[in-house]
Design a protein around this ligand. Sequence first.
Ligand code: CUK
Ligand code: CUA
Length: 644
Amino acid sequence: MLNKLKSTFQLVLFSMIVLGLCTTVNAQSLEEIMKARGLTQQDMLAAAKTYTPTGKMDEYYCFSSGGQSGHVIAYGVPSMKLLKYIAVFSPEPWQGYGYGDVESEELLNQGRMRGRKITWGDTHHPALSETAGEYDGKYLFINDKANPRVAVIDLKTFSTIQIVPNPIMKSEHGSTFVTPNTEYILEATQYPAPFSNKYVSLDEFNEKYRGAMSFWKFDMKKGKIIVKDSFSVELPPYCQDLSDSGKKVSEGWVFTNSFNSERYVGGFGKGNTKWQDRLPFEAGASSKDTDYLHMINLKTAEKLFKDGKTTEINGHAVITMKTMVENNALFLIPEPKSPHGVMIDPSGQYITVSGKLDTHVSVYDFKKMMKLVESKKYEGKDPYNIPILSMKESLHGQVELGLGPLHTQYDKEKGIAYTSLFVDSAIAKWDYLNLKLLEKISIHYNVGHLVTAEGDTVSPDGKYMISLNKLSIDRFLPVGPLHPQNHQLIDISPGKPMQMLYDMPFPLGEPHYALLIKADKLKPIKRYKKKWFKNRVKPGREKVVKEGNQVTIHSSLIRSHYSPEIIEVNVGDEITWHITNLERAQDETHGFSVDLYNIHGSLEPGETCTFKFTADMEGVFPFYCTEFCSALHLEMMGYLLVKP
Ligand code: CUK
Ligand code: CUA
């Protein structure tokens, strides 16, 4: 409160900090603003910590999954200013993604599944490429839970460069996560299904439905997933949930947790006319007290793959559970039921697992687990003959944090972690080495994932945490029944209580996970290089070439005209339209729209795009630049004349 500021001197000093001014500000006016807007001293501090004056840059990028939008969203931290929606699985007109541009159509076609073009995705977990366990700022990966696919985004251009469908999964979730040098991108199944594309009765669930963990080989130099060097490990039909790659001491191992190890298959519908006659999925899937944490030896799996100890399914190499077990490369450890999240600490030794239905968080000790593995000390086997390690002997310990613990992130300070508490609507700060709850902060409302700055690397930064809330209820102006979600920025500076700084409505889809990376690690380009485009049109070489019904247009654009401006074709002509933006000036993007033909492109400085379509409608079709690029932007147009 203002009256707590004892002297005018303090007030002036405080005002200076808040406004970031070097000169003395009018203390009275600041006081007036606080009074008029009902702001507290805490509010003013939060404002000062996040306010980023015009022209000043943020310290971090946040890359958030875009949920059902199929996009990824980038924003700056601490300002929480939105920067870009990166189109990945869904068409996005502004970026000219999926509206007739050959390159983006090619990408969306890469994502076809069983021949079908899919124009949305349910993005959940972004991952950043790593070198020695640190973010290197080169590539970003994202998964599609609904139509099991992973995508590669180039952080030089903030655009998608590859989409790889999973040939054996029917749904996924534990993706994307990378190994410490980005050798592999992980993708784990969510809902078990047969690997084949055939109908298999649920009566054969235990025998024929399967989970899997796919290892997508990534080539850092080419910036590409090498599909033929990638493989999967068959897993039991438990719903694998989230995954993480080992690091440092646990490097070479991979972990994924699971729910419904009961293998319960519902429920109302299958010969049951009343749902009361059988338990629904959710109840049947949580009847046991524990599920299984899966532990996969990636080094061994990689060797088995290279030695050809695989089965080919849908053209993809799969290592069976049997082979994995025979080679001591697959283990299970009980974990509190229906867990959500397995996170490995910066040292690689401690693995945090939260059971959503348990108030405890369990910390497993990789070294203890390895002792059991090496001495072949098993507690039993699961129905698929996979050895089970003792939970008690694998645990470092458990801590009671609160209701509905989900995800964990790590701090710069050794032994400090943050865990989201979905039911409590809070985040717990705790000490996972000494197993102590330290502090809680309320969030608004129902947090899912949370992210701390570089919090899943070998050297987290601390400083900032973002709570990715599922509900926003009363935090923003109402916009009807579908509310935005709420990202809340929290100050986690050491030695002080956590402080809520900012609420950001997230209006595009339900983001699940996000990552924070130091801004100076990224080196985005300002313009495209000529040599990247084989269809580049040189100035003065613009032309229209007609061969029968094949019309190829080589055109260029620069403020404020298209060359050529008038194109005359016949109905039925097949058009290939190469367009080069000759601009060198930063941010001089031109758009390209052919009215009524559903064509739209974004030509960024130096970029060449190709549009292919059949001129199947007779008439007069203006085309124009959709970006307000100059004073004569409206004049930047032409006509496509289609003759009968
Ligand atoms: S998540 Cu995907 S169900 Cu908690 Cu990682 Cu939201
Ligand atoms: Cu170019 Cu408007």
